[in-house]
Structures are given as structure tokens and as C-alpha cells.
Design a protein around this ligand. Structure first.
Ligand SMILES: *Cc1c(COP(=O)(O)O)cnc(C)c1O
Length: 463
């Protein structure tokens, strides 16, 4: 946990997870704009609303659990990123955070580009009209079929991740009579997470080709010599949920150093550098993410400075935010089923979803916040753990949460900042039916990804 410690209250000190607030927030009814999408508020009756629609209406109409996505917020974030980086840079939305055809349409209209990393994401993008030249294809083990489809479709770039792939893409492109624009993904020896980053010479992970030991330089040599490839740049992605720019600084310096080596050895200045994604968002009121224009300014300055020092023309920069665009735009709406007080410990509040719609708490020990949204309550704060309905004691959505002590079955709870890596990582564990994604805008709501049905599950099970 990167969170700084807070003074422990006598009542909760021994049962709170390390690093969590020991004291309840001053106002449990407050919906902090930092973690909720921008059209969220409460109406005169105390019911939370989004885009002017009470959540009670959404629950009635669409059922729970449901992901509720604020379209104006999504589009505003796309615009903020596009404007922050301007004409001389490219913003690629990382589709793995959450991809649907509606998302692709919004991205296309807002002028963003799109990262995909599987045939499924590629077909979603193409079927919703994203121009192929605005698509980048990632992945450490793209299949031959995926590569062929990407080349045939004419994707703007394939990000090469291994020596085998350099040969594979070159061969496929040539056999299709094409010259594929590619970048090489390098590992720069920076592992960044939230407020810490570690810079090392080597990196022990599956992605990319190491700068260390001349591996990346060898990859460049091969790519430049293959007719099927047009090498346009170097790619680096250093981590996720990052708040501190220092890791990007080390990464950019090391990538620019490689660009200088390439110029010295081959006499070419590669025109592009991609610094990846990983920019953090606020999951709780403690988190302080930076605005896109700060990030754009910082990254542009770092690259410009390093290039000047190396005597290189500044390459075109691209970035790949996923979480930072879609994460804050959605919340998950649940209904409380049972409330179980454990004397001297905490109260377990069970909702009608769980690790099948949000695996991040179990998988990464991620922190979330939660609020009672179907009504206002003036009851005392109570320490709870919000859990799902799965057959697993690790099925936790919010590990330590203060909720009003009168929280009861039938109440609606909402967990904000679930737009990224929740629906996209959802599973059918316990044959759960994956929740719908409901897009809300200007007082209207519509399903953009429908709820799964038992027929959907049975259709896959051919008996
Ligand atoms: C996951 C990923 C991203 C997006 O990461 P976020 O944390 O969602 O911003 C961008 N680029 C690459 C290569 C990735 O693997």
C-alpha cells in the first residue's frame, strides 16, 4: 500500500486493513466529485442521480448489478486528452480498459485513436467504424491469424513484442504485398506503480524487448532490414495507476538514448515515440491524479529536453490512456441482500454482484469507495466490508468501507470509478450473468452492452 498511515481510532484500529482510514469521512452522504463522474449528484429526496436520472429508476429499469456509464463525462475526458496533447501528438485509448461499439463510436467522433490487443477487440473496433489507420495492435503473443487480419485491415501500426514477431509480421505483410507500419516495444527497466517506481537495468517480465544487453538495438537492426516492415518508432509502457511522472522521465530518457544509437548506427531518426498508458485515477478521496494537460506538458518537456540533449529532432509523441479516460466515467450499481454484523469486528454487507463484475479488489488488493445511493441517511457511520455473492471468502468489493449504520436489504449501493477493468475483466464465475453497461446522457439511459442471460450461458454449453 502506498497510502500514508492515518491515526488509528480505538474502535477500528485492529480490524482495518493496513493503510486504510481509521476514521469515517465527515459526511457519508457526500459524493466526492473526485471519484464520481461529473453529472452525479443527489436530488431533493437524497437519491443519487446521474445525468439527471435517479439511480432508483435505473435499478428498476435495468436491474442490478449494472455498470452505469456517464457519456458526457467519457466524451469530456476524450476531449481533454486530445486537446492537452494537441496536433503534434496522438492519443490512443487502450481498449482493454473497456471496449464496446458505443465506446468505439465516441472515440471515433472525438478524434481519438485506439489500442487493441486481440482479434476480438480488433473486430469490435472495425465493426463500429474505427478507421483501421487509427488502430494500433498490441500483445506479446498475437496469433498468425490476428496478425494477418490486422495487416489486411490496414491497421496504423502493429507494436512488435518479440524477435519471432518481427519475422512473423514481416513475412505475413510481404506475403500480402504490404509494408506494415510497426513500432518496437522495449522494456526500459522501469517498473512504475502509483507513487513509487523502480528503475533497474533489467526487467523480468513477458512484455517487450529489453534495452539491456543490446536486445532492442538488435531488434531495430532486424526490423530495418525487412521489406515487409516500416519501422516508425519505439514504444514503452511502464505500469499502471501511476501518479508520479518520474518513472516516465527515466523511460523517456532511455528510449531517446536508443533513438540516438539508431541514428548513429543506421543514419535514421525514427519519427515516433510512444510512452504508453498507466496514468492513475482517483478510486478514493485520497488519490490525487493529475489533469491531462499537466501530463501532456510534463511528457512533452521530458522528451523535448532529452532529444535536444541528444541532438535529435523531437519525435511525434503518443500516449495510451485507458483507465484515465473510462475509469472515472462509470459506477457499479448494486442492491444489498444481507447485512451481517460481526460483534467487535465489522458488518458484512452482501450485494448482488461481486468478484465476477469487479475482480480488481481480489486480484490487486485494489481500493474502492462505496456509497448508499438510494436514499440519504443520517445514521452513524459503521465499519463494513462490502462483499459479493460468490462462493469464495476473497469475494470482496470494498475491503473497508464506512456506511450508514442503518444500511439494510433493498438499499442500493454504488461503487464509483469502475469504468476500467471491471466489465472488461468480468467473468461467469458461479455462472454469474455479466451485468449490462447502461449509458446515460441528458436524462436518457440506454443499454450499450446488455445483461447476459442464462440462455447465453446455455448456448455455449453444447452438452
Ligand atoms: C494496459 C495498457 C495501456 C493502458 O493502461 P491504463 O493503465 O489503462 O492507462 C496502455 N498501453 C499498453 C501497452 C497497455 O498494455
Amino acid at each position: 500500500m502506498s497510502r500514508s498511515a492515518h491515526p488509528a481510532g480505538p474502535r477500528y484500529a485492529d480490524v482495518l486493513s493496513e493503510g486504510h482510514y481509521a476514521a469515517p469521512p465527515a459526511d457519508l452522504n457526500r459524493l466526492d466529485p473526485k471519484v464520481w463522474s461529473r453529472t452525479v449528484g443527489r436530488d431533493a429526496d437524497g437519491v443519487a442521480t446521474v445525468a439527471g436520472i435517479p439511480v432508483t429508476h435505473l435499478a428498476e429499469q435495468f436491474g442490478t448489478p449494472a455498470y452505469i456509464l456517464d457519456v458526457d463525462d467519457f466524451r469530456a475526458r476524450c476531449r481533454a486528452w486530445a486537446e492537452a496533447f494537441g496536433k503534434d501528438a496522438d492519443v490512443f485509448y487502450a481498449g482493454k480498459a473497456f471496449l464496446s461499439r458505443a465506446v468505439v463510436r465516441w472515440l471515433t467522433e472525438e478524434g481519438l485513436n485506439l489500442d487493441v490487443c486481440s482479434g476480438g477487440e480488433l473486430s469490435t473496433a472495425l465493426s463500429a467504424g474505427m478507421p483501421a489507420e487509427r488502430i494500433a495492435f498490441h500483445g506479446n503473443n498475437k496469433s498468425t491469424d490476428e496478425i494477418r487480419r490486422a495487416v489486411e485491415a490496414g491497421v496504423g501500426r502493429i507494436v512488435l513484442d518479440s524477435f519471432q514477431e518481427i519475422a512473423r509480421v514481416a513475412h505475413l505483410a510481404q506475403s500480402l504485398g504490404k509494408r506494415q507500419r510497426v513500432q518496437i516495444r522495449v522494456t526500459v527497466g522501469v517498473e512504475a506503480h502509483t507513487h513509487e517506481f523502480i528503475a533497474t537495468a533489467h526487467e523480468d517480465q513477458k512484455f517487450g524487448i529489453a534495452l539491456a544487453g543490446g536486445q532492442a538495438a538488435e531488434a531495430v537492426r532486424r526490423a530495418l532490414n525487412l521489406d515487409g516492415l516500416e519501422l516508425i518508432g519505439i514504444h514503452s509502457h511502464i505500469g499502471s495507476q501511476i501518479f508520479d511522472m518520474a518513472g516516465f522521465e527515466v523511460s523517456a530518457r532511455r528510449v531517446v538514448q536508443l533513438l540516438a544509437e539508431i541514428r548513429d548506427e543506421h543514419g535514421v531518426e525514427l519519427p515516433e515515440i510512444d510512452l504508453g498508458g498507466g496514468l492513475g485515477i482517483a478510486y478514493t478521496s485520497d488519490d490525487d491524479p493529475r489533469e491531462p494537460h499537466h501530463i501532456a506538458k510534463a511528457l512533452t518537456e521530458i522528451v523535448t529536453r532529452e532529444c535536444e540533449a541528444a541532438g535529435l529532432r523531437t519525435p511525434r509523441i503518443s500516449v495510451e490512456p485507458g483507465r484515465a479516460i473510462v475509469g472515472p466515467t462509470a459506477f457499479t450499481l448494486y442492491e444489498v441482500g444481507t447485512v451481517k454484523p460481526l460483534e467487535g469486528l465489522r458488518t458484512y454487507v452482501s450485494v448482488d454482484g461481486g468478484m465476477s463484475d469487479n475482480i480488481r479488489t481480489a486480484l490487486y488488493d485494489a481500493e474502492y469507495s462505496v456509497a448508499l445511493v438510494s436514499r440519504r441517511s443520517d445514521a452513524e457511520p459503521m465499519l463494513t466490508r462490502v462483499v459479493g455473492k460468490h462462493c469464495e471468502s476473497g469475494d470482496i468489493i470494498v475491503r473497508d468501507a464506512f456506511l450508514p449504520a442503518d444500511v439494510a436489504p433493498g438499499d442500493l449501493l454504488a461503487v464509483p470509478a469502475t469504468g476500467a477493468y471491471c466489465r472488461s475483466m468480468a467473468s461467469n464465475y458461479n455462472h454469474a450473468l455479466r451485468p449490462p453497461v447502461v449509458a446515460v446522457q441528458g436524462g436518457a439511459a440506454r443499454v450499450v452492452v446488455r445483461r447476459e442471460t442464462e440462455e447465453d450461458l446455455l448456448r455455449l454449453d453444447v452438452g
